[in-house]
Unconditional design. Structure first.
Length: 262
C-alpha cells in the first residue's frame, strides 16, 4: 500500500526540515505515509495563512517543526513554535493562524469509535434488526420511556412531558435508533444527527452516568417488544452497539460542556 511519499511495506526515514517547502501564500501539504490507522502529513503554511474554525472526526496530533503560529483549540490559544506537541481529540473545534512561515507534522489517527470497535458479527446482527426497528420503533421507545420514568422518576424533570404525551419525543428517539442500526458501520453519516442530539442533551443537562439508565431501559424495551425475535445474540449485539453510541454522545457532549464553560 503506498499512499504518500513512503510505503507501509518498507521502512522510511526522512529529515522533515528537508521536506519543507513554503508556498508564496496558503498551504502546501505532503502526505508522508498513510496506513489503515494513521495518516502523517507535513503542512507548510505561508506567513499570514489562516484556517477557519473546523472539526475533524479523527484524533489529531500537531508536532511543530519550525515557525510561529497560533492554534485555537476549544477557544484556547496555543502558541505554536518549534517542538510544540498538541493533541486534539476528535470533534474538537480548532482554527490556525501562521504568524510566520510555519511547518508541522499532522498525525491523524483512527477516530475513537472506529468500525472495528464493534465486531462484524455485532454489525451484522444490529443491521438485521433494522426492519424490526422500523416496524416497532415507536412502540419500543414509548416502552423505553415508560420503563425509565418508572425506575428513575428523577430524570423526568429534564424532559418536556408534553413531547412525551404527544409522542414526538418517542418518535425522534425511534428515528435515531433506526438510523444508528442502518449506519452502525458508517458513523460519520450520523454526524449531523449526533450534533443536533448532543446539543439538545447539553441544553437539558444530560450527564454521562445517565447513559446507563437509558441503556438498560432501551434494552429492556427492545426485549419486551420484539419478544422471541430478541434472541440472546440480538441482545448481546445491541448491548455492545448501545455502548458505542453512548460513548459517541458522551464524548461530544463533554466537548460542548467544556466549550460552554470556557
Ligand atoms: C444513545 C442514547 C440516546 C439517544 C439515541 C438519544 C436520542 C435523543 C433524541 C433523538 C432526542 C431529540 C433531539 C431533538 O429534539 O432533536 C433526544 C432528546 C433528549 N434526550 Fe436523549 N438520547 C440518548 C440518551 C439520553 C440520555 C442518557 C438522557 C438522560 C436522561 C437523555 C435525555 C434527553 C432529553 C432530556 C432530551 C430532550 C427531550 C425533551 O425536550 O423533552 N437522552 N435524545
Amino acid at each position: 500500500m503506498s499512499n504518500g511519499l513512503a510505503s507501509v511495506n518498507n521502512s522510511f526515514t526522512a529529515t522533515l526540515k528537508d521536506l519543507i517547502e513554503y508556498p508564496k501564500q496558503g498551504i502546501l501539504s505532503k502526505v508522508l505515509l498513510k496506513d489503515n490507522n494513521c495518516q502523517y502529513t507535513l503542512f507548510c503554511l505561508a506567513k499570514g495563512t489562516e484556517i477557519d474554525e473546523h472539526t475533524s472526526t479523527r484524533n489529531a496530533v500537531v508536532t511543530v517543526i519550525e515557525g510561529q503560529g497560533i492554534l485555537t483549540l476549544n477557544n484556547e490559544e496555543i502558541a505554536l513554535n518549534s517542538g510544540v506537541f498538541v493533541f486534539m481529540p476528535a470533534n474538537a473545534p480548532h482554527a490556525l493562524q501562521a504568524k510566520e512561515n510555519l511547518a508541522f507534522l499532522l498525525t491523524l489517527s483512527e477516530h475513537p469509535h472506529p468500525k472495528n470497535q464493534v465486531s462484524q458479527k455485532t454489525i451484522d446482527i444490529v443491521k438485521s434488526t433494522a426492519p424490526l426497528l422500523k416496524q416497532h420503533g415507536e412502540k419500543i421507545t414509548k416502552k423505553m420511556y415508560e420503563i425509565m420514568f418508572r425506575n428513575h422518576p428523577e430524570v423526568k424533570e429534564q424532559f418536556d412531558m408534553s413531547a412525551q404525551a404527544n409522542g414526538s419525543q418517542p418518535a425522534k428517539l425511534a428515528t435515531a435508533v433506526y438510523s444508528y442500526a442502518t449506519q452502525i458501520d458508517n458513523l460519520s453519516a450520523l454526524q449531523s444527527m449526533v450534533e443536533k442530539i448532543a446539543h439538545r442533551h447539553v441544553a437539558t443537562y444530560v450527564q454521562p452516568e445517565q447513559y446507563a439508565i437509558v441503556g438498560e431501559s432501551l434494552l429492556q424495551a427492545i426485549k419486551d417488544v420484539l419478544g422471541d425475535a430478541a434472541t440472546k445474540e440480538v441482545m448481546t449485539a445491541w448491548t455492545e452497539a448501545y455502548q458505542v453510541l453512548a460513548e459517541v454522545f458522551i464524548n461530544r457532549e463533554q466537548q460542548i460542556y467544556c466549550r460552554n464553560n470556557s
